[in-house]
Design a protein around this ligand. Sequence first.
Ligand code: NVA
Length: 367
Amino acid sequence: MQKTIVNSWNEWDPLKHVIVGRADDCHIPPEEPALDAKVPEDSDMRGQWGRRPQETIDRANELLDNFASLLEKRGIRVDRPTPIDHSKPVTTPDFHTDSQFGCMPPRDVLLTVGSEILEATMSYRCRWFEYLNYRPLMQRYWEEDPNFRHESAPKPRLTDADYHPDYLSEKIGVEKRLKWTAEKFFVTTEEEPLFDAADVLRFGRDLVVQHGFTTNLKGIEWIRRHFPDHRVHAVNFPGDPYPIHIDATFTPLRPGLILNNPQRRLPDEQRKMFNDNDWEIVDAAQPAHNTPPPLCYSSTWLSMNVLVLDPKTVCVEASEVYQMEQMDKLGMEVVPVELRDAYAFGGGLHCCTADVYREGGCEDYFP
Ligand code: NVA
């Protein structure tokens, strides 16, 4: 009998097969609207672009390889992408950018829902072709698993009409950004459906999707129509001045328990489905670091970007002592994993992976 390769319905069931990204040939891409809006005004990333320094690529790869071995030792199958040449420009009839991003992190591009892996539209021009890094794996799964659904969302045009010019002035300032976030005024417009896979969390029959810089309302509507058997919930986190990717903001650990970034609290009216079903939403512990590492897009809240191996076991970055302590108190077995020197490549332990197989089926947690 043919084997099922792809199956994953949530963020916590026992993990059996996963993709771990690679740092090879990762670039800091040139300026472009959605990317610029994400980089803080005082960041060391401003004004830089080009291939990342080789010693940082080597160090990140060392950590990613170690993480992959650790998962394999725990009986989890690990696959790796095949890097394309990220120095190549991207030119379409609608835009041009001089380089790409990399094949980190896979969670941003690939959304696994049941037996389907969906390639997201993406909303940065430099990430338009990123799915190609994963195509050899997708082809293999398609050959091996007759039930695997390999899907790709419509490629967006990413013309200037996709971005609000207001976000592109040099010094917006955090206060204005927070006001705009609260008003749900983001850098991306509603020109066409846009979403990154890392804005989606899977809770069995329910998908929770962050509306922000990288996912617009049309993107959420596209996801809703694409998964007609799911309930799709749009969420916002008003305390986040750079709202991209939900996985350093809202982290489900097991049925009934979610960590929420205390600076980006889910508004009361959006808590109803969790409250009504006795789910606990607890504030995440403070990050152990005051600043992100050099040349990093993400915030210090990668502390809560953890990979759940099963409802009792979680991988936490090894220097995040407060987050590890909190997990322990919440009754989780903690597996420390060193990854901080790879954060600059696009994120933490959840980001740098993409689910292929978790045990279990599609449950309804919010009946
Ligand atoms: N919004 C995130 C991205 C993390 C995956 C941040 O805190 O930087």
